[in-house]
Design a binder for this molecule. Sequence first.
Ligand code: FES
Length: 154
Amino acid sequence: MQSLNFNLIKEILMKYPQKKEYLINALHELQNAHPHKYIDDAIMDECCKHFKLTKSQIFGVITYYTMFNTKPQGQNIIYVCNSPICSNMGSDNLYDILKQKLKINDNNISEDGKFSLQKVECLGRCGKAPSIMINREIYTGMTPEKIEEIISKY
Ligand code: FES
């Protein structure tokens, strides 16, 4: 399985001061750059060195936040808001449509490896529910028709 190039890990980390308050932003960028969109051992090792933290401290962070993945994902990650407002506005239905359309397997990855599908807590756009996020792009006021159109761009 493809991993993130070692030099690219270093290059990304160099952008962040060696203070632990920058860890989360660095992890987001590293995960996004990874071909399988997750935090693997190589990334964890380099983060330990850069931020002077232990592996268990970093593991604690990536398992606490639902946006971080500890297992390989599809090339693009679709996050469907599962909080009450979006849920009441039909996000459960959107999730089911995506699951069926993209042929999502038991590992939450589509048959073609292009997408992962995850339910997450509030994306902070409750006023325009239901909301989804693909990678780091948020889409609001989603309908089944809009979702088809957006997915086809990826
Ligand atoms: S409840 Fe879905 S964005 Fe806040």
